[in-house]
Design a protein around this ligand. Structure first.
Ligand SMILES: Nc1ncnc2c1ncn2[C@@H]1O[C@H](COP(=O)(O)OP(=O)(O)OP(=O)(O)O)[C@@H](O)[C@H]1O
Length: 711
């Protein structure tokens, strides 16, 4: 099996990863003493901030960024095991590996990822090969995240944190990032950069601030721009690596760790280090950007028969496993392009909303172990990772204008750049913003007045004097107009974007707008109002149409006969434009009988009593068709059961006994979810004919269930 067939191998500098070549000599004076002394420019060329912007802003839409996946195999932990058993995983090259197939010993299962790091790979290899390249996005005002995934004891904490002798991803990334921000904010450069850190853990579905353990369970929120926020989470400014160590090391000791049979220091929580890079432009137009880096050490999935967990460990393990289960569901939903992604089903996935299917450049490092006792966990981790590489993110630049100076604000700029993959966020002038924001802006989201003052350049002081900002009539006028913009519905915003594009095509580019802000703004705002009126008109029209339909139904007795109960007007069907459409979709379906048993020319004739006994007759007439809606519904139900059901659930299906249920579960573990019911044929021991009988028996049963439910 080649589960990585779709991935394009990146055959770059990964040879070192498998050969175990050590990294360059370390920096002195740090507890993590083996950090690279300077950036490896061969592997990572970091563009300047100005160049980054033009690169991002130039294309109309940011290119999608697939979640990148790397696998790291740790070495055997003791010589005796190494001598007594062969490893169950073997590297093929720098991107692929193979695992023994316990079902067919003569076969192996092959996987392909963006990178594979063998047991001899060093911390430096993983960092340089997979993590360092994404750091540059932070300076572009984009988000990035690194997740260590894998079973307990497979080396996640070793990879992320490491030890003073072998520092992992976290200290290396911080060291590099801080150096980069210092370089970028050097005198003569256009941007001022500052870095802050937060550190939290998700322990038994509670979000705990490791920098302030007394603060209790924190809530995760999403702002109006879709950013995930944790109000009240401590944010510490860090200017140097020693600042970082000063906060990070004591906080790490607050992390929940405990001994299990598989790991003496097993992480009992998911740990999330959040590093924010804030950039402020020193000269006009005084932009500001924020890039967030999540460095996440997930707790490992645990098989409690092997960990020997009891009491609190068992409870912890339950929370860990269920959040990882939701993580799997999120990845499945994303990779299958399902409309609903269950982010809210766990705190972990809610927090990772940005990183998976969101706006971050993400890399998942799956840690696996070579020992035979980890075999099932290894297969599960590899399957999860293989599915993750199908997940697409859409990173964009978080950019806004600094909250000072009236002329910095330009709606046109806001709209036009957002169509090119750079989102300009409206922060506006502080007094205006406080009135515009739905709630009080958190300290972490808004720069304080002193910071804003500090960021003011000399040009700004003269151009946007306080008196011009505070001129009473225009300010209050703008306030109400801006308020309208904030509450604008997405369709209106989309229309505005088109308008902006039109303006741009007619020669109204960003700079002229900046120089004549009021007139342009007023013109745009007028258009917004016109659009709003148009929407109102459409709503009225929709209501009229709906009333007509209802009146027609009342007049037409024939229709009424067919639809005595289902056509009751929905309570809120006239509230919005969208709801009447819903009704229009529902009506024709409900006018039809639940099961259509259509006669095929050469087949058995339909019996007169068929309508009163749909189930028995339908069972006799599998060759006759079930209505397509019911068929689809039944298939979906079956598929869900096949993908999520336990042995017991599966046994509740017709023609599935204990043995077949186990075979199905085994297949699912090895290959991931079934994409269609017919895939059952791929399960060893289930023939095509059996699948056909299975479908017949179960679909008719489910269809009958549906009829009974609704009758
Ligand atoms: N690549 C490696 N080289 C050497 N030792 C390693 C490597 N990976 C892991 N180890 C060692 O294996 C043990 C378990 O690793 P670690 O604690 O990182 O696992 P984990 O996946 O984080 O487990 P848990 O989920 O239980 O926290 C540790 O003693 C660690 O030092």
């Amino acid at each position: 099996m080649d589960s990585g067939a779709k991935a394009r191998p990146r055959r770059r500098e990964m040879a070192a990863a498998t050969s175990g070549i050590p990294g360059p000599p370390g920096k002195v004076g740090s507890r993590f003493s083996v950090l690279p002394s300077k950036f490896n420019t061969e592997n990572w060329s970091l563009p300047g901030a100005g160049r980054c912007l033009s690169k991002v802003g130039a294309s109309r839409r940011p290119p999608p960024a697939r979640v990148r996946v790397a696998v790291r195999l740790r070495p055997f932990m003791d010589e005796a095991t190494k001598a007594s058993e062969p490893p169950c995983v073997r590297g093929i090259d720098s991107c692929s590996l193979e695992v023994a197939n316990w079902r067919k010993y003569q076969e192996t299962l092959k996987y392909q990822f963006d990178a594979f790091y063998g047991e001899k790979s060093t911390q430096q290899d993983i960092y340089v090969g997979s993590v360092q390249p994404i750091l540059r996005h932070l300076l572009e005002g984009q988000n990035a995240s690194v997740l260590a995934y894998g079973p307990t004891g497979a080396g996640k904490t070793h990879t992320m944190l490491g030890s003073p002798e072998q520092p992992g991803v976290i200290p290396r990334a911080l060291m590099d990032l801080l150096q980069l921000t210092r370089d970028e904010s050097a005198e003569g450069r256009p941007w001022d950069l500052s870095v802050t850190m937060s550190y939290l853990e998700i322990y038994q579905e509670k979000v705990l601030d490791l920098l302030d353990p007394a603060s209790g369970d924190l809530v995760i929120r999403e702002d109006c721009r879709g950013n995930i926020l944790i109000p009240g989470l401590t944010q510490k400014p860090i200017a140097s690596f020693s600042d970082f160590e000063q906060h990070f090391l004591p906080a790490s000791r607050n992390r929940s760790v405990g001994a299990t049979r598989l790991n003496q220091r097993s992480s009992r929580s998911h740990a999330v280090l959040l590093v924010k890079v804030d950039q402020r432009e020193r000269l006009a137009p005084f932009r500001q950007r924020e890039g967030k880096l999540y460095l996440i050490d997930l707790a490992g999935s645990e098989d409690n028969r092997r960990t020997g967990n009891q009491g609190i460990r068992l409870k912890e393990s339950g929370a860990i496993n269920s959040s990882l289960f939701v993580l799997g569901k999120v990845v499945d939903a994303l990779s299958q392009g399902l409309p609903r992604i269950p982010y809210r089903d766990s705190k972990l996935t809610r927090l990772l909303q940005d990183s998976l299917g969101g706006s971050a450049h993400s890399i998942i490092i799956a840690n696996i172990a070579p020992e035979r006792r980890f075999y099932q966990d290894t297969i599960s981790a590899l399957n999860f990772t293989a599915r993750s590489k199908e997940v697409i993110n859409r990173p964009f630049t978080n950019e806004s204008l600094q909250p000072h100076g009236e002329d910095n604000w330009s709606l046109s700029k806001l709209l036009s750049t957002s169509t090119r993959g750079t989102v300009l966020i409206l922060l506006a002038i502080p007094p205006l913003f406080s009135a515009l924001a739905p709630g009080k802006p958190s300290q972490t989201e808004l720069p304080g007045p002193s910071e804003a003052k500090k960021a003011k350049g000399p040009e700004e002081e003269s151009a946007g004097s306080p008196s011009s900002v505070a001129a009473p009539a225009p300010a209050s006028e703008k306030l109400s107009l801006l308020g309208k913009l904030r509450s604008m519905d997405p369709a209106t915003l989309e229309s505005l974007l088109s308008l902006d594009r039109l303006l741009a095509s007619q020669g109204s580019h960003g700079t002229p707008l900046l120089s004549t802000p009021k007139r342009e703004r007023m013109a745009l705002i007028k258009t917004v109002e016109e659009k709003n009126m148009e929407i109102e008109r459409l709503k009225m029209k929709q209501k009229e149409l709906e009333a007509k339909v209802l009146a027609q139904e009342a007049l037409d007795p024939k229709d009424k006969e067919n639809t005595p109960t289902v056509l009751q007007p929905l309570p809120s069907c006239t509230d919005t434009v969208a709801k009447p459409l819903k009704k229009a979709v529902v009506m024709p379906l409900q006018l039809e009988p639940k099961i259509h048993i259509l006669k095929r020319g050469h087949k058995r004739k339909l019996e007169p009593s068929i309508a009163s006994k749909p189930v028995e007759k339908a069972e006799d007439c599998w060759e006759l068709q079930i209505s397509p809606e019911l068929l689809a519904h039944g298939r979906k139900k079956l598929l869900d059961l096949l993908n999520e059901g336990s042995v017991r659930d599966l046994r509740s299906l017709h023609l599935i006994g204990q043995k077949k249920a186990q075979l199905i579960l085994g297949w699912r573990e090895l290959h991931g979810p079934f994409s269609k019911v017919e895939d059952l044929e791929q399960v060893e021991g289930i023939s095509g004919k059996q699948v056909e009988s299975f479908l017949k028996a179960n679909l008719l049963g489910l269809a009958a269930g549906q009829t009974c439910d609704s009758s």
